[in-house]
Design a protein around this ligand. Structure first.
Ligand code: XMP
Length: 319
């Protein structure tokens, strides 16, 4: 007899039995899975949990503050926020290859996470938001069945050299079950139903070299896009939607003046499994409003385009 509260009770009891009085650390990303683990372990072991939230400067508008508000302020979870924007930007400077950028972002994340977790010297466990599909996927990739097109950094085992035991309370659950227990644990519905966001974040949505100025502009454009999708009811109708920053300049007119600024592409897709996807047929009047708002409200953008590529042959992300 499946119910969210039964599952929560089971997870809490087995987490308590596993860790006893030990201290646990968790990498909190703001995504659904790590958020649900944080809420669950907070219920189960309270003060024995410390979350590490690495703000890589490649998050969406206000995302870092929202994570702190939800967990630290509202729920009283112990969260260490590491403001690492400059470090990521420095490491990414001069690099424009998508896979190389992913590797840098993944490596720096692991470095920072290790540095921070070493400061919590009585930690014995590392909790992770592994869910059942991740278990299947990584089993498949070990037997060579999964075709690895992009290197995903947010799955995998322990960072090398860390002697922590692994705690994976969601390991047997599917995504919809994770969402249901997240809601039952009191996490905001908006967080639980948020579209997936890649580990490298805006790092792969800024084409080519990543610069702070580009990230700031992209955050604003993306926030307007999301605003209008929520307002029109289209957020729930799409599986993933986001803005992409194109580092090319295009001519426009603002009042009596000529402008010469960057271009943003909007991407919105419908998909079941993210392996294939169709572009979302968002009505023209909604697209028109989004485009006008972005060009009028975001300094540095002179043109907005809408991506009408399916997957395949295009991927969902632009890099
Ligand atoms: P693509 O672009 O391959 O994306 O069609 C399929 C799904 O995977 C996400 N994605 C990533 N997620 N690290 C992640 O954690 C990555 O490097 C990465 N690349 C793509 C993408 O957002 C989409 O949901």
């Amino acid at each position: 007899n499946w119910s969210a509260s039964n599952i929560i009770q089971d997870c809490i009891e087995s987490a308590r039995a596993q860790v006893g009085t030990d201290h646990v650390i968790l990498g909190l990303s703001g995504g659904v899975d790590s958020s649900v683990v944080a809420a669950l372990l907070h219920e189960a072991i309270g003060e024995q949990l410390t979350c590490i939230f690495v703000d890589n400067g490649l998050l969406r508008k206000n995302e870092g503050d929202q994570v702190m508000e939800t967990f630290a302020e509202n729920m009283g979870v112990k969260v260490i926020r590491v403001d690492a924007e400059q470090r990521f930007l420095d490491e990414l400077a001069g690099e424009s290859d998508p896979e190389a950028k992913r590797k840098i972002i993944g490596r720096v994340f692991v470095e920072i996470f290790e540095e921070e977790s070493k400061k919590i010297d009585d930690a014995k466990w590392l909790a992770q938001g592994t869910i059942y599909p991740d278990v299947i996927e990584s089993a498949a990739s070990k037997t060579g069945k999964a075709q690895v097109i992009k290197s995903h950094h947010n799955v995998g085992g322990l960072p090398e050299g860390m002697e922590l035991k692994l705690l994976e309370p969601l390991r047997e659950l599917f995504k919809d079950e994770v969402r249901r227990i997240g809601l039952e644990l009191g996490l905001p519905a908006k967080m639980i139903h948020r579209h997936p966001f890649p580990g490298p974040g805006l790092g792969v949505r800024i084409l080519g070299e990543v610069k702070k100025q580009y990230a700031d502009v992209l955050r604003e454009a993306d926030a307007i896009f999301m605003d209008e999708l929520y307002a029109s009811g289209w957020y729930e109708k799409t599986s993933q939607a986001f803005a992409v920053f194109l580092p090319v300049k295009s001519v426009g007119v603002v009042g009596d003046n000529r402008s010469y600024d960057y271009v943003v592409a909007l991407r919105a897709v419908e998909t079941i499994d993210f392996m294939t996807a169709t572009w979302a047929h968002i009505p023209y009047d909604i697209l028109a409003r989004i485009s006008n708002r972005i060009i009028n409200e975001v300094r540095g953008i002179s043109r907005v385009t809408y991506d009408i590529s399916g997957k395949p042959p295009a991927t969902i992300e632009w890099e």
